[in-house]
Design a binder for this molecule. Structure first.
Ligand SMILES: C[S@@+](CC[C@H](N)C(=O)[O-])C[C@H]1O[C@@H](n2cnc3c(N)ncnc32)[C@H](O)[C@@H]1O
Ligand SMILES: [Zn+2]
Length: 390
C-alpha cells in the first residue's frame, strides 16, 4: 500500500498522496512540507558548522514517515545519532523500513512513544540533544518543556506551528489559553504569530536558565517555523527575557510601537496620543533572525540538491533584508483599498521612502506588504500623491 517517493537525497516509502493530507492517514505525510524540510536540512548543517558541534545528537520526536530525520542523517555532515519517535505504531514501522532502505541503520533509533515521554528519557549531558525538531499536528506548545529540558546548549531548537487561526488572533481566547499571550487580528498578524510563539518559548526556557533567540524565523504557506539558538546561563537567559515585551497598536492612526518589559510602560499611542489602544503580547520584540546565520545558510544552499531551492533562495534573500528592520509591515493593497485609489507600483513606493531616509523593504510575510519605518500617515500621503502624479 505504500509508494516510493523521492525528496532531497533520499528515496522513501509513503502512503498514497491525498489532495489534503489528514491526521487520519495511516501514516501522515504532506508533500507540501518539502520546503520546511529542505530549510531544516540547510539550517541544521549551518548550525553544526558555525557552532563547531561534534558528535551531534538529534531528536525528531514526531517523525511521521521518518523523511525528515532520514534526510538529516543522509544529507547533513557531523551527525552521530538521530533519535526518532512517533505515537503512531504504523509510523514507527515505516520509519524503520525507510531507515533500512536508505542504509543508515546505525545512525537512527526509532521508538513508538509519546513525544514528551521520549524526550524525558534523555536526562544526562551525554544523552541530551544538540538539536531537537518539533513538527506536530497544530501546536508545538505541549512539547516546549520536555524539549527544552532535553537540550544540551549551545543547541538548536526548531519548532513548527500550524495552529494559525489561534496565533493570528482569529481564535483569540485559544491563543490566550495556549500561549498566555493576547493576539491581534490585523494586517501584520503573521508576524505577530511568529513573535507570540517565540515569546512563549523564551518564557518556558527562562526558568531552566536557558536563553532562546531566533536564528531564523518565518511564516509561509500554512505554518510558522522557528529555528532557535539555545544558550545556558544568567547572561543569555536575561538577554532573551529582556526581549519579551508588548506591542501597542493604535486603531485611530494605525501606529504601532513596542514597549519593553513585562509591565507595559505606556498604553497610549505615542503618535496621535489616543489613550485607547490595543495591547498585544507578551511577545518577542527582538530581531526575527541573525543576519550572519541567514547569510551562511544562503552560501550553504549551493551544496545541496533540493526540490525547493529556488523558493528557499528567494525566501532567505527577503529574510536577510528584513530581519533587522522595524517591527510590523503595511499592506499596500489594503491601504489603497481604504483610500479608494489604485495600488501603486511597489518599487516606486520603496524608492520614495528610501529617498526620504526611511527604512523600506519587502516582507516575506506578504506579497502585498512593505516593512518600513514610515508611519501610516506618511504612506497615505505618498500613495495619494503618486495617484495624482499618474
Ligand atoms: C505533522 S506530522 C509529522 C510530519 C513529519 N515531521 C514530516 O516532516 O513529514 C505529526 C506526527 O506526530 C505524530 N504525533 C502526534 N501526536 C504525537 C505525540 N503526542 N507524540 C508523538 N508523536 C505524535 C503523528 O502520528 C504524526 O506522525
Ligand atoms: Zn495613534
Amino acid at each position: 500500500m505504500y509508494e516510493e517517493h523521492q525528496e532531497g537525497a533520499i528515496t522513501f516509502l509513503r502512503p498514497p498522496l491525498q489532495d489534503i493530507p489528514t491526521t487520519s492517514m495511516t501514516v501522515f505525510f504532506n508533500p507540501q512540507s518539502e520546503l520546511n524540510r529542505d530549510i531544516a536540512v540547510v539550517a541544521l548543517q549551518t548550525f553544526i558548522t558555525e557552532y563547531e558541534l561534534k558528535h551531534v545528537r538529534v531528536c525528531t520526536p514526531l517523525a511521521g514517515t521518518g523523511v525528515r530525520p532520514i534526510r538529516f542523517a543522509k544529507e547533513v555532515e557531523g551527525i552521530e545519532k538521530v533519535i526518532v519517535g512517533d505515537a503512531n505504531p504504523h509510523a514507527v514501522e515505516l520509519i524503520k523500513k525507510n531507515r533500512d532502505i536508505n542504509g543508515i541503520g546505525s545512525l537512527i533509533e526509532a521508538y513508538h512513544m509519546d513525544a514528551n515521554e521520549l524526550l524525558s528519557q534523555y536526562t544526562t549531558f551525554h544523552e541530551k540533544f544538540d538539536v531537537i525538531d518539533i513538527d506536530p499536528f497544530g501546536t508545538p506548545r505541549e512539547f516546549f518543556d520536555s524539549a527544552i529540558r532535553a537540550l544540551r546548549p549551545p543547541a538548536f531548537l526548531c519548532l513548527t506551528a500550524t495552529d494559525m487561526p489561534v496565533l493570528v488572533g482569529i481564535r483569540r481566547k485559544a491563543c490566550i489559553k495556549r500561549y498566555a499571550a493576547v493576539p491581534l487580528k490585523t494586517e501584520y498578524a503573521h508576524e505577530l504569530a511568529v513573535r507570540i510563539l517565540m515569546g512563549c518559548a523564551v518564557r518556558q526556557a527562562a526558568p531552566l536558565n536557558i536563553g532562546l533567540s531566533p536564528l531564523l524565523s518565518f511564516s509561509i504557506d500554512h505554518y510558522v517555523r522557528l529555528c532557535c539558538l539555545a544558550k545556558e546561563g544568567d547572561k543569555d537567559t536575561w538577554k532573551a527575557v529582556s526581549q519579551v515585551g508588548f506591542m501597542i497598536h493604535c486603531d485611530q492612526c494605525g501606529h504601532r510601537s513596542i514597549t519593553e518589559g513585562l509591565i507595559p510602560q505606556t498604553l497610549s499611542c505615542d503618535q496621535c496620543k489616543a489613550e485607547k489602544t490595543q495591547l498585544i503580547g507578551p511577545l518577542w520584540i527582538g530581531g526575527l533572525g541573525h543576519e550572519a546565520f541567514i547569510n551562511k545558510m544562503s552560501e550553504n544552499l549551493a551544496n545541496f540538491s533540493l526540490g525547493e531551492k529556488r523558493r528557499i533562495s528567494a525566501l532567505l534573500g527577503m529574510l536577510k533584508e528584513e530581519v533587522n528592520g522595524p517591527p510590523t509591515y503595511f499592506n499596500l493593497h489594503q491601504l489603497a483599498d481604504k483610500l479608494n485609489i489604485p495600488v501603486p507600483p511597489f518599487q516606486e513606493v520603496i524608492k520614495r521612502l528610501r529617498d526620504n531616509g526611511d527604512f523600506c523593504v519587502r516582507t516575506h510575510f506578504s506579497p502585498h506588504a512593505i516593512r518600513t519605518s514610515a508611519s501610516e500617515q506618511t504612506l497615505i500621503q505618498l500613495l495619494s500623491s503618486l495617484t495624482l502624479e499618474e
